[in-house]
Ligand binder design. Sequence first.
Ligand code: HGY
Ligand code: MN
Ligand code: MN
Ligand code: MN
Length: 399
Amino acid sequence: MTASGLLDRIADVGRDRARGGYSRHAFDSAEGELREWFIAEAGWLDLEVETDRNGNIWAWWGSPGPDATVTGSHLDSVPGGGAFDGPLGVVSALDAVGILQRKGFSPAKPFAVVVFAEEEGGRFGVPCLGSRLLTGSIDPDKARNLRDPDGNTLADAASRAGFDPARFGPDPEALSRIGRFLELHVEQGRGLIDLGAPVAVGSTVIAHGRWRFSFQGQGNHAGATLLSDRHDPMLPAALTIGAVRKLAASVPDARATVGRLVPTPGGTNVIASTVDLWLDARVPGSGLTEALVEEIAGAAEEAAAAEGCTVSVTKESYSDTVTFDSGLRDRMSGVLGGVPELPTGAGHDAAILAPHVPSGMLYVRNPTGISHSPEEFAEAADVDAGARALADVLENVAK
Ligand code: HGY
Ligand code: MN
Ligand code: MN
Ligand code: MN
């Protein structure tokens, strides 16, 4: 079945009809359904499936072993996300295996399709959690104690999903098996539509991180409290959001977003006691993201003090700019006949693996570039062109 056909299948399994988008997060039931779906599809291709200590799924073509060619992506989504971010890379990997099997190719080296856990960090707040745990890029205790919006720890959620959280952590054996990793992903941001090309090779992933700003004030009555007596944390939070856009606008190519704000207790007639907001900041180059966040933190502290509030800023995750392996990129471009190379502002598991194993990315055209939204899209013809391109590249590197 072609990748676009597989995508329809995955849409039936994963779509969150209530919101029109997708909401699937690590170790929740919706993601669990997709895990079952993936394991069944891998079975049709006679791939041997195993799930590693960190919840990443590996579907082996032949027996596991060193110097493996590995391809895949993720199945979880942001809240209310689109159908392609993550699943497109997984179904294209399965379809590429099908294409290679049908043409009688069998890999000379071990070969696996992988699904990484919690790439979006949509539940526990740290992106690429599965690949960070695998590579030892996050402290396992910190990971186990991450909490979702309902207060469940990762340890609780993982054990409820049948995993042993005590085993979460670096997996040198699994990592040492990877000879090279290739991730196909729907394009995020406008590029290929203007270049008139269906597929591109990834060049860099810009630095990005997430910071939590926690504003503390005095909870009080909305009607009985004069303005002069207030210490309302919502005010410095609002001023900080304004400062985010203003300060980022003065940094070339910076992206800074506040997509999540949680007042406590959150009553209409209650002055909040606490307001938490999360900043997602990304600036190409090294050290510039943190410099921008420092400026934003300064503005937050000023706004908090003016309202008799306090603010604490916590870095929750950070990844430096990554440039993909040039040898692999050249090989991919050679096989594909010189397709465009694209930088991206979106983070990926391939960028977490890149410092450890030669990694590369393929992007499939997204006509509007919209992502992390139900409007995210790729034409069926481009989806299938992407899977064929992935198959060609895999055949070349897996020889
Ligand atoms: O946030 C990102 O860039 C990615 O989609 N996880
Ligand atoms: Mn995403
Ligand atoms: Mn993704
Ligand atoms: Mn990714």
